[in-house]
Design a protein around this ligand. Structure first.
Ligand code: FEO
Length: 396
C-alpha cells in the first residue's frame, strides 16, 4: 500500500483488503474491501482520521512511518467498529501524548471494546471545530449510520467530507477516486441495502443537513473516494426516498419442484402483466444482491415449501434478513406447496415485523400445482400489477 495524495496536505494512508470475502460472517464481499484512513496536515497541526482493521495494522503503520510524522496532534475516531478503530491501541502506543477525539458514545465503546484508557479521550460535540492552522475540521454527529456513536468530519477549506461508513462501498480497488461508476454503483447499492437501509429515516435527515454545506469530495471509510460528491448523494436521495419501482423480488426455495413450478409460473405472469421481477433461489443466492434488489422494489413474494410444519429454514433465514434491513416494500405475498398442512403462512407473516407491507392473499397448494393453482397465481399477478398501477408512490 502506498500513501496517496487527495489534495495538498490531505492523504489516504489506509489499506486495501483484496482477500476478504465476508464481513461479520454475514455480508458477502465479492470484490473485497478497503479500510480507508486519512492524514490531514495543516499549517500548524496534524490530525489522523480513523485507523484500519487490525489484520492490516502492519500496512497502516508502514504508511505512518513513511509519512515521517514526528508529532500527531489529534487522532479522530469517527466510529468504534474494529475495521476502523481496531488499530487504535497500537496508535496510542506510537503517539503516547496524542488525544483521541470522538463522540461521547464512541468513548464508551472504545473503552469497552478496545480497552482504551478514558484519560486518552476527549469528547467533541456536534458542530464543534478544531483548527489545524490553514485547515479546519468540523464534526457532525450522525448516530445510527450504522452504530449509535458515529460522527462525520468536514474539512471546511477543502470541502471534503470524511463520511465514515456512510456513502461507502465494499470495493477493493487501486483507484483512489471513483472511476468505474457501474461497478461502484452496484457495490454501493448492496452496501447501502445491508448496512444503511435499516436507518433510512436518520439518513434522510442527514442528507438534508449535508445539502446545506458545499461538498466537493466524499471520503468514506470503504471503497473509492467520490468526486463529484453529488454522484453518491443523488443515489442516496433516490434510495431513501419514498418512491419505489414497478418491480417485485421473488424469493423462492424448492425441495421437489412444486414450489419452484409455482414461482416460475408467477414470474411469467408478472412479466406478462408489465411488472419487473428479480428471482432469487435463497438456498444459493448472494444475499447482498438480494438485499440490493429490495432497495427499490415494491413487492416481495416469498415462495417456500413447508418443512416440519413451517417454512423451509433457508427461507426463514432470507425472510429474517429481508425484514431486518427494512426495505420500502409495499406489498408481500406468500406462495408454496405443502404435503400435509403446517403453519407456513402464519410463521412468515409473524416474521415481517419491520416491513410495513400489505399482505396479499396467499396461494398455498397441497402437493403439486394444478390448474386451480395456476388460476390463483394469475389472479395474484393481476392484483400486484393493479396495486402497482394505482399506488401513487410507485413509479411505473
Ligand atoms: Fe466499516 Fe461499521 O464499520
Amino acid at each position: 500500500m502506498t500513501i496517496r495524495t487527495i489534495t495538498e496536505g490531505i492523504y489516504a494512508i489506509g489499506a486495501i483488503d483484496w482477500d476478504r470475502q465476508m464481513f461479520d460472517e454475514l455480508i458477502t464481499l465479492p470484490q473485497g474491501t478497503s479500510y480507508n484512513a486519512y492524514v490531514i496536515r495543516g499549517s500548524e497541526k496534524t490530525a489522523l482520521i480513523d485507523t484500519v482493521d487490525p489484520t492490516k495494522d502492519e500496512c497502516y503503520v508502514t504508511n505512518l512511518v513513511q509519512m515521517g510524522l514526528e508529532n500527531v496532534d489529534y487522532i479522530i475516531i469517527q466510529h468504534a467498529e474494529q475495521d476502523h478503530a481496531g488499530t487504535l491501541p497500537l496508535l496510542l502506543e506510537l503517539f503516547p501524548k496524542t488525544p483521541v477525539l470522538c463522540s461521547e458514545k464512541c468513548k464508551g465503546l472504545l473503552i469497552s471494546l478496545l480497552g482504551v484508557s478514558p484519560d486518552r479521550v476527549r469528547i467533541v460535540a456536534d458542530d464543534e471545530t478544531v483548527s489545524l492552522g490553514d485547515k479546519t475540521l468540523r464534526f457532525m454527529m450522525t448516530p445510527w449510520v450504522h452504530w449509535p456513536e458515529t460522527m462525520l468530519t468536514y474539512c471546511m477549506e477543502d470541502e471534503i467530507l470524511f463520511s465514515c461508513d456512510l456513502f461507502g462501498s465494499h470495493y477493493a480497488t487501486s483507484d483512489l477516486f471513483l472511476s468505474d461508476t457501474a461497478t461502484t454503483g452496484i457495490l454501493a447499492k448492496r452496501y447501502y441495502a445491508e448496512i444503511m437501509m435499516p436507518f433510512r429515516s436518520s439518513i434522510t435527515t442527514y442528507l438534508a443537513r449535508l445539502g446545506t454545506i458545499k461538498i466537493e469530495t466524499i471520503a468514506p471509510s470503504h471503497g473509492p473516494l467520490i468526486r463529484p460528491a453529488t454522484w453518491i448523494l443523488d443515489l442516496y436521495r433516490k434510495w431513501t426516498a419514498e418512491e419505489t419501482k414497478n418491480s417485485a423480488v421473488l424469493l423462492y426455495v424448492s425441495m421437489h419442484g412444486s414450489t419452484k413450478e409455482m414461482a416460475r409460473f408467477l414470474e411469467e405472469a408478472l412479466i406478462d402483466n408489465g411488472v419487473g421481477v428479480t428471482v432469487y433461489n435463497v438456498a444459493t443466492a448472494d444475499s447482498g444482491m438480494m438485499a440490493a434488489s429490495l432497495v427499490d422494489a415494491s413487492t416481495v413474494i416469498i415462495a417456500t415449501p413447508t418443512v416440519l410444519f413451517g417454512p423451509h429454514p433457508a427461507m426463514v433465514s432470507a425472510v429474517y434478513l429481508a425484514n431486518a434491513i427494512r426495505p420500502k416494500i409495499r406489498y408481500a405475498a406468500i406462495i408454496g406447496s405443502y404435503g400435509w398442512g403446517g403453519k407456513t403462512v402464519e410463521t412468515i407473516k409473524g416474521m415481517l415485523t419491520h416491513i410495513k407491507a400489505e399482505i396479499l392473499d396467499p396461494v398455498m397448494k397441497e402437493g403439486a400445482p394444478d390448474e386451480k393453482t395456476r388460476q390463483a397465481l394469475l389472479a395474484l399477478a393481476t392484483t400486484i400489477a393493479e396495486k402497482h398501477r394505482t399506488d401513487p408512490d410507485i413509479s411505473t
